[in-house]
Design a protein around this ligand. Structure first.
Ligand code: NAD
Length: 329
C-alpha cells in the first residue's frame, strides 16, 4: 500500500510543488490549506480546506496519515513579516502546536517542520560579507523578531516530541526559496518575485524601486531543488535542523541585474532607504546538508530566475498588465 502523506500549506508555493513531486513518486497525498492553489489545480489525491489553527481540524487533517509535511504558516516577504508580528506568531504557533500533537495522537510516524533561516541571530548577519551560517549558529538565540522566534520555538518542540514521545521529526531551514507559481504581488511576495514583476512591468531604460541600498546580500534556492531536498530529508534519519539553500551570495543589486539581463532590458535602480531590508547579509553553510543528504541544490540562479521571470511575465500578460509597457526587441 502507498505511504499516505499529509502536506499542510498545499495551497501555497512550496506545498504545491511538493504535492506534485510526491504524487509523481507514488505517495498518496492529502493536501490541506485555507485555500486552493492560485495558479493551477493541485495534484493531491484529496484536498481539504481546513483552518489548522483549530485543534479539531488538525485531527481531521492527520487521520489515517503516515507522514506529515507541515508547511502551513502565516507568512510573507520582509515587508509583511516586519509589520504583522503578533498575527504571525499567533497563527503559526497555533498551527504548529496543534499539528504536531495531532500527528502524534493519530499515530503518524514522521513529522517534518518547515523552519527558516530567520532563526539565525541578528548579531551574525550585520555585514553584507557575512560568514555563511551553520546550523549550530542559531544559539545563543537572537532570531528575527516575531516570525523567526516562532520557528525557533517550534524547532525545540520537535526535539521534545522526539525525545519524550519517540516521534521521528525532521527540521528544515529554508533560505529564500523562489520559482514559478509563487506570489508575485500584493505585499506577501519575496524579493526575487517582486524584482521579476517590476522588471517585467518596466520599459527599457525605466527605473524600478529597490528596498534599501541594494547592497544587502542573500542566497537563493530554486523551488525544484527545495522540494527535492525536503523529500530527501524526510527519507533520511537525521533529526536535527538542516539548512536547505544555496551558498552563492548575491546582492539585491546583482539580482536586479540578472533579471534585467534575462528580460533583455536596461533598468535603472531607485533606492528607497525607508523600506524594510531585513538583515544586512545572510548565506547558507551547506557542509552539513552535503554530509547528511549527499546532495545539494544545483539549479543555477540564472536558470531558476529565467523560469521564474518567464512565468511572472506571462501571468502579468494574462492579467493584461503588460500591454502599455511591453518592449519589443
Ligand atoms: P506560502 O504562504 O505560499 O504557503 C503557506 C500556506 O499556508 C498558504 O497557502 C496559506 O494559505 C497556508 N495557511 C496559512 N494559515 C493557515 C491555516 N490557519 N490553516 C491552513 N493553512 C494555512 O509560503 P511558502 O513559501 O510555500 O512557505 C511554506 C513554509 O516554508 C512556511 O512554513 C514558511 O514559513 C517556510 N519558509 C518559506 C521560505 C521561502 O523562501 N518561501 C523561507 C523560509 C521558510
Amino acid at each position: 500500500m502507498n505511504t499516505k502523506v499529509l502536506i499542510t500549506g498545499a495551497g501555497g508555493f512550496i506545498g504545491h510543488h511538493l504535492t506534485r513531486l510526491l504524487v509523481e513518486r507514488g505517495y498518496w497525498v492529502r493536501g490541506v490549506d485555507l485555500k486552493y492553489p492560485e495558479y493551477e489545480a493541485s495534484a493531491a489525491h484529496e484536498f481539504k480546506l481546513l483552518d489548522l489553527r483549530r485543534w479539531e481540524n488538525t485531527i481531521r487533517a492527520t487521520e489515517g496519515i503516515d507522514e506529515v509535511y507541515n508547511l502551513a504558516a502565516n507568512m510573507g516577504g520582509i515587508g509583511f513579516i516586519e509589520s504583522h508580528k503578533a498575527e504571525i506568531m499567533h497563527d503559526s504557533a497555533l498551527i504548529n502546536l496543534h499539528m504536531i500533537e495531532a500527528a502524534r495522537t493519530n499515530g503518524a510516524q514522521r513529522f517534518l517542520f518547515s523552519s527558516s533561516a530567520c532563526v539565525y541571530p541578528g548579531y551574525l548577519q550585520q555585514s553584507a560579507d557575512v560568514t555563511p551560517l551553520k546550523e549550530d549558529d542559531a544559539y545563543p538565540a537572537d532570531a528575527e523578531d516575531g516570525y523567526g522566534w516562532e520557528k525557533l520555538f517550534m524547532e525545540r518542540q520537535c526535539r521534545h516530541y522526539r525525545e519524550d514521545y519517540g516521534l521521528a521529526t525532521r527540521i528544515v531551514r529554508f533560505h529564500n526559496i523562489y520559482g514559478e507559481l509563487g506570489t508575485y504581488d500584493g505585499g506577501r511576495e519575496k524579493s526575487p518575485a517582486a524584482i521579476c514583476r517590476k522588471v517585467a512591468l518596466a520599459g527599457n531604460n525605466d527605473e524600478i524601486e529597490v528596498w534599501g541600498d541594494g547592497e544587502q546580500t542573500r542566497s537563493y534556492c530554486y523551488v525544484g531543488d527545495c522540494v527535492e531536498g525536503i523529500h530527501r530529508l524526510m527519507r533520511s534519519d537525521y533529526p536535527d535542523p538542516l539548512n536547505l539553500g544555496t551558498d552563492r551570495s548575491v546582492t539585491i543589486n546583482e539580482l536586479v541585474d540578472i533579471v534585467s539581463g534575462i528580460a533583455g532590458k536596461s533598468i535603472e535602480k531607485r533606492y528607497d532607504l525607508s523600506k524594510p531590508q531585513g538583515v544586512r547579509g545572510r548565506n547558507s553553510d551547506n557542509s552539513r546538508l552535503r554530509a547528511v543528504l549527499n546532495w545539494e541544490p544545483n539549479v543555477s540562479l540564472e536558470v531558476g530566475l529565467g523560469r521564474t521571470y518567464e512565468w511572472i511575465r506571462d501571468e502579468l500578460a494574462k492579467e493584461g498588465r503588460l500591454q502599455s509597457t511591453v518592449v519589443t526587441a
